[in-house]
Each structure stands twice: as structure tokens, then as C-alpha cells.
Design a binder for this molecule. Structure first.
Ligand code: HEM
Length: 443
């Protein structure tokens, strides 16, 4: 064969070829054979340039929890917040809790963790159910229109991107990306009339999370970051003058009147606060949209299980766990050793090593799951690693699960004949796994 990733040697060349393969269009569309190949060579595989590919469940789980490994991507990110505009998007994400280590991480996380605590999330059920109902009504309306512009967000005469043809809608556009944005904006207290630009800005920023970033996308991400920082600076000022019962008001108060962070008794600097707002907006948006799209696509592939969701005979949480296991919206997390002399599953990890923890590979580890590629909502076994682990365990996991567990059955019940209507398009990327377009017909 001519494919270097299928050669039989077990050297670093093969591991490097696997990583290169993962970054191609084809590898991004279907990374699982490459994960499998890496895991067969070793659950932790050195791929040159200090990169380790972690594909075993146990090794991945242990590493995400190991306090000797951190997540810091750049030294600069540690020290700087928004400030200037050069590579603003990267600097904002690097300064956020997602990419900082304790003790800073602990302080930042403690300021928001209560908003997202599992015990608080069920109270959001009515809000989410109402948002779902509104979106389902809109879908029904749009399917009937086939081409009439949506006067809510678009100028008169502009084509509606949700409508792909007569009776055909793009599920990602019309539903999957709207629900998480509307929920997070509600929690944060972003007024409805301001939200229309946020999906585009948030999508533009998401590229910052990927390993490979095309230069024009980096520029677009920086511009989006600048616009969001401006927006949130302004909203913070408004909330300080007139506090509401929302997350922006709470953090604006926590940050008020303080100049810095470390070394002072300040709880949150202005820059940290703005980074937090941008992170919260971005981190739950495309991830949850992907979960909804991946769940619907899998329900099309498994009509019996989907029928069981309609009449309650398929366990909803088991179904969602299988979606999160087989089609994890976040395919990897990165970890770096904080001191010398460490190893990952017996493989040396000197300072400067970057371990790519492939959650999507761990979720198909045959040592943990029988028939790992099979969709089985009744399966027992460990929780899939879709939300990471340890100190950085996804803050929004209970929220994302609740959104999906309300949305999916409601969608399937409202449109019993919902079906695929054309070729779906996957989004390109190694980290985020989901659909760019998922055409559906309502029946
Ligand atoms: C962190 C996945 C939804 C907010 C993470 C991490 C993963 C993840 C894997 C850990 C990254 C790491 O360890 O390096 C997902 C998936 C989601 C989802 C698959 C949807 C299905 C959400 C939502 C929110 C959110 C709805 C909030 C509104 C965050 C934040 C972090 C995080 C703030 C950083 C936590 C920290 O570093 O302490 N997410 N997420 N996520 N997620 Fe999520």
C-alpha cells in the first residue's frame, strides 16, 4: 500500500503519519481508523516533536486528572488578557480558565462554578423547553415557506440560510446552533435584541481551539474577539449601573473596583472577566450544536432506537451517552507536563511534551467497551470521556446534557416523519466533530 499510516513498522514515522492523516480532510471526516491504528501500536504513542498520541481510555482518563500535567498553551497567555488586538482571540482563550493552571484556574473557576452546578441546572428546564418549542415552531413555519426571508435576523429579500430547498431545512442552522446560543445568552443576560450577531462571531472564534488554523481564519477570529470584547465591556458598564439577576451582573460586581489579580485581594481583573465572558459564549456553542446534530444523525442511522425515544422505550440518557461516546463533539484535549521526570503511561514526557488526549479514541477502546463501534443505548460500561476530566472537566456538561435531553425527544415527537434530505456536510477540524450542514425534511 502507498498509505504511510498503514505500513507495518511501529516507529515514530508511522505515528507522525497518523497525526498528519488526522489533519487531512479525510482524516477529519473519519478519524476512527487512524485512532484504532495508533492504539494498536500503543495507547500512548510518541509522534515526534514532543507530541504524544493518547488513545487508550485508562491512560486518557488518568492523564486528564493528573495534577502534574497542566494545560497552559503559552506563557504570554498567562500574563496578558485582552489589552491589544494582535492575536486577540488566542490571547483571550489563553487567559481564560480553559487554558490556565491552578492556582489561577481554581480562582477563576470558583467564580462561575456555582452558575453551572448540576443542582442549579434543572431549574433551567422551563427556559430550555420554551426555547425548544419556539425553535420547533420556527422549523414548522420555515418548512412551509421554502424561501420567504426570515424577517427576524435578516434584511428583507435576503435568502434564509436555514432553507435549502422546497421543504428542506438545514438542521444545524435552523435549530442546533440556535438553541445553545439562546440558552447561554439567557444565562449570561445578553438581551435578545443583541444576540443576532453572536452565532457568526462565536463560530469565527472557535477556530482558535483547533491545532491547524488557516491565516485568514485567525484574522477573522481576532476581529470577532475584538467585537465581543467591545460588546461585553459595554454590557458590563450597563449592568454595573443597573444590576440584573444574571451572570454578567454577578461577575461585573466581582470584578468591580479591583485593578489586578495575583498579589492583590482582587477576585477578578477586568481582562479576566472579559476573557470569561468570551469563553462562556464560545465553549458551549458549537460543542452543544454538534451534540444535537450528531444525535439527530445517529437517530437517522438507528431508526428503531429513535422510535424508542418517541415512545419512551429507548433510555434517553443511554442514547445520549452513546452519541457522546461514538461522536464526541470534542475529540481531544491537550496536556503538558509541569515538571521534569514525568511519563504518560510509561512513555517519557519531558518538559515541552504535548500530549494529545484523544477522547474520541478512548471512547472506542475495546478494553473498556465490547463491540466499541456499535451504537447501543442499553450498553453498560464507563462513562464516555466526552467532557474531559479532572480540574478542567467541562463546566457546561450538565447544561449540555439537559439541552440535548429536552431537545431530541421533543424534535422527534413533533416531527414523527423527520428524515435526512440530502448529503450532510461535516465541519473540518481535528478538535470539533460535528456537521456544518445537516439537511432534513419534516415529512
Ligand atoms: C471544558 C466538552 C458544552 C463550558 C470542556 C472540556 C471538554 C468539553 C472536553 C475540557 C477541555 C480540557 O480538559 O482541556 C464539551 C462538550 C460540550 C460542552 C462535548 C457539549 C456537548 C459546554 C457548555 C458550556 C461549556 C454548554 C458552558 C456554557 C466549558 C468551559 C470549559 C469546558 C468553561 C473549561 C473548564 C475549565 O477549564 O475549567 N468542555 N463542552 N461547555 N467547557 Fe465544555
Amino acid at each position: 500500500t502507498t498509505d504511510p499510516a498503514t505500513e507495518t513498522d511501529t516507529g515514530m514515522d508511522t505515528a507522525t503519519a497518523i497525526l498528519e492523516g488526522l489533519l487531512t480532510e479525510e482524516g477529519s471526516a473519519d478519524p476512527f481508523p487512524l485512532f484504532e491504528r495508533a492504539r494498536t501500536l500503543g495507547p500512548v504513542l510518541p509522534a515526534g516533536d514532543g507530541v504524544l498520541l493518547v488513545t487508550g481510555y485508562e491512560e486518557a482518563e488518568r492523564l486528564t486528572r493528573d495534577r502534574a500535567f497542566g494545560i497552559r498553551r503559552t506563557e504570554a497567555g498567562e500574563a496578558t488578557g485582552p489589552g491589544g488586538t494582535e492575536h486577540l482571540a488566542q490571547r483571550i482563550i489563553s487567559a481564560s480558565l480553559l487554558e490556565t493552571d491552578p492556582p489561577r484556574h481554581t480562582r477563576l473557576r470558583s467564580l462561575v462554578s456555582s452558575f453551572f452546578a448540576a443542582r442549579r441546572i434543572p431549574a433551567l428546564e422551563p427556559l430550555i423547553a420554551a426555547a425548544v418549542d419556539d425553535l420547533l415552531d420556527e422549523m414548522a413555519g420555515q418548512a412551509g415557506q421554502a424561501g420567504t426571508p426570515d424577517s427576524g435576523t435578516l434584511g428583507p429579500g435576503a435568502p434564509d440560510p436555514s432553507i435549502l430547498g422546497p421543504g428542506t431545512l438545514d438542521f444545524m442552522e435552523v435549530f442546533a446552533s440556535r438553541l445553545p446560543m439562546s440558552v447561554i445568552c439567557e444565562l449570561m443576560g445578553v438581551p435578545k435584541e443583541d444576540r443576532h450577531r453572536f452565532r457568526a462571531l462565536s463560530s469565527a472564534l472557535t477556530v482558535t481551539l483547533e491545532i491547524a488554523q488557516p491565516p485568514e481564519a485567525v484574522l477573522a477570529a481576532d476581529a470577532a474577539a475584538a467585537e465581543l470584547v467591545d460588546y461585553f465591556s459595554d454590557l458590563t458598564a450597563r449592568r454595573r449601573a443597573d444590576p440584573q439577576d444574571d451572570l454578567v451582573s454577578a461577575l461585573a460586581t466581582a470584578a468591580e473596583g479591583t485593578g489586578g489579580a495575583e498579589g492583590t485581594d482582587a477576585r477578578l481583573s477586568e481582562d479576566e472577566m472579559l476573557s470569561m465572558f468570551v469563553l462562556l459564549l464560545v465553549s458551549g456553542f458549537e460543542t452543544t450544536a454538534s451534540l444535537l446534530g450528531n444525535a439527530l444523525a445517529l437517530s437517522f442511522q438507528h431508526p428503531l432506537a429513535a422510535a424508542g425515544l418517541r415512545d419512551g422505550t429507548t433510555p434517553l440518557l443511554g442514547f445520549l451517552d452513546e452519541v457522546l461516546r461514538l461522536e464526541a463533539p470534542v475529540q481531544y484535549a491537550a496536556r503538558m507536563p509541569l515538571t521534569e521526570g514525568l511519563d504518560v503511561g510509561g512513555v517519557p514526557a519531558p518538559l515541552g511534551t504535548v500530549a494529545l488526549v484523544f477522547l474520541g479514541a478512548a471512547n472506542r477502546d475495546p478494553r473498556q467497551y465490547d463491540r466499541p463501534a456499535e451504537f447501543d443505548p442499553l450498553r453498560t460500561g464507563p462513562q464516555p470521556l466526552a467532557f474531559g476530566g479532572g480540574a478542567h472537566f467541562c463546566l457546561g456538561a450538565p447544561l449540555a446534557r439537559l439541552e440535548a435531553s429536552i431537545a431530541l425527544p421533543a424534535l422527534l415527537k413533533r416531527f414523527p416523519r423527520l428524515r435526512p434530505a440530502g448529503e450532510p456536510a461535516r465541519r473540518y477540524g481535528l478538535m470539533l466533530r460535528g456537521y456544518e450542514k445537516l439537511p432534513v425534511a419534516l415529512g
